[in-house]
Write a protein that binds this ligand. Structure first.
Ligand code: NAD
Length: 298
């Protein structure tokens, strides 16, 4: 299959490489030359522009930071026409970015009017899951469009859930990330408390992992440096899932909560904590670096 892949960052890069390794012809594009160079080194073809990437494509996959990037790409900005005008009728768009459900619905509606299919398919599993091809996809869209997307999603992920109509994947994703944001702060607080009392962070983490406090951060993504060799914490919080991206997701969760009058006190507090952490200059670091704001010498 000929696939256009747009957005080759921490997640999109390895996802595009997995589609290429599975035998698809992937024409990839990113505004960042560095991001393009990384996937070119794996043998992928780099397009000169997003418009070039979608020429002849049967499917388009996008993996961009936030709502404004997805809307700007497909619908256009500042009066300029968007990519939808360049995509052929009948093509399927799979947007895996985490964005507002309302934006997914807006783009899907415009796509449908142009005879183009659209699903939102945000992911969970981190950069490790993106590299290993074990992501979890949360899909919003019709049964038929999901079945068209499934063979591609299976090359990038291990779990595929149909959350509902377009936008439902995004809603599931922000619920999950609100929980993750809260869990990372709670895990950080507990480890920081133990370490302040002289406990070894590895021993404490293992005790909690196997006890009632066990969670994904303790399993795979420990915020304390040196506990998990491959976690961002052990790489000076480089790569991974940026604090500013977590802040965006917690903001989406709060907007959503206000719209449906839901009570999300811990989600609100977590958003405020990541906001302070970002303002302190840590926006580009992995979100698990939030532990630094909870340590005496942090
Ligand atoms: P990233 O910042 O590493 O990558 C985003 C890429 O998009 C950048 O390389 C940027 O240059 C590119 N880009 C932006 N606008 C563009 C445009 N108009 N055309 C082409 N390229 C453009 O972000 P990421 O960590 O890969 O995350 C991408 C999305 O996935 C976000 O919505 C994030 O919330 C979500 N997500 C991330 C993780 C994670 O662990 N990093 C996990 C799950 C979901």
């Amino acid at each position: 299959m000929q696939i256009a892949f747009i957005g080759l960052g921490n997640m999109g890069g390895p996802m595009a490489i997995n589609l290429h390794k599975a035998g698809h012809t992937v024409k990839a594009f990113d505004l960042s030359k560095d991001a393009c160079a990384k996937v070119a080194a794996e043998g992928l073809v780099i397009a000169a522009s997003a418009e070039d990437a979608v020429q002849g494509a049967e499917a388009v996959v996008s993996m961009l930071p936030a709502s404004q990037h997805v809307e700007g790409l497909f619908l256009g900005r500042d009066g300029a026409g968007g990519l939808l005008q360049r995509i052929a009728k009948g093509v399927l768009i799979i947007d895996s970015s985490t964005i507002a459900a309302a934006t997914s619905q807006k783009v899907a509606k415009a796509a449908q009017a142009a005879g183009i299919a659209f699903i939102d398919a945000p992911v969970s599993g981190g950069t490790g899951g993106a590299v290993a091809g074990t992501l979890t996809f949360m899909v919003g869209g019709s049964d038929a469009d999901l079945e068209r997307a499934r063979p591609l999603l299976e090359k990038m992920g291990a779990n595929i859930f149909h959350a509902g109509a377009v936008g439902a994947g995004q809603t599931a994703k922000i619920c999950n990330n609100m929980l993750l944001g809260i869990l990372m702060i709670g895990t950080s607080e507990a480890i920081a408390l133990g370490v302040a009392n002289g406990l070894d962070p590895k021993v404490l983490s293992e005790i909690m992992r196997r006890s009632s406090g066990g969670n994904w951060a303790l399993e795979k993504y420990n915020p304390f440096p040196g506990v998990h060799e491959n976690a961002p914490a052990s790489k000076n919080y480089a790569g991974g899932f940026g604090t500013d991206l977590m802040l965006k997701d917690l903001g989406l969760a709060q907007e959503n909560a206000m719209a449906v009058k839901a009570s999300t006190p811990l989600g609100g507090m977590a958003r405020a904590m990541y906001a302070m952490h970002s303002i302190a200059g840590n926006g580009a670091l992995d979100f698990s670096s939030v532990i630094r704001s909870l340590q005496k010498n942090g």
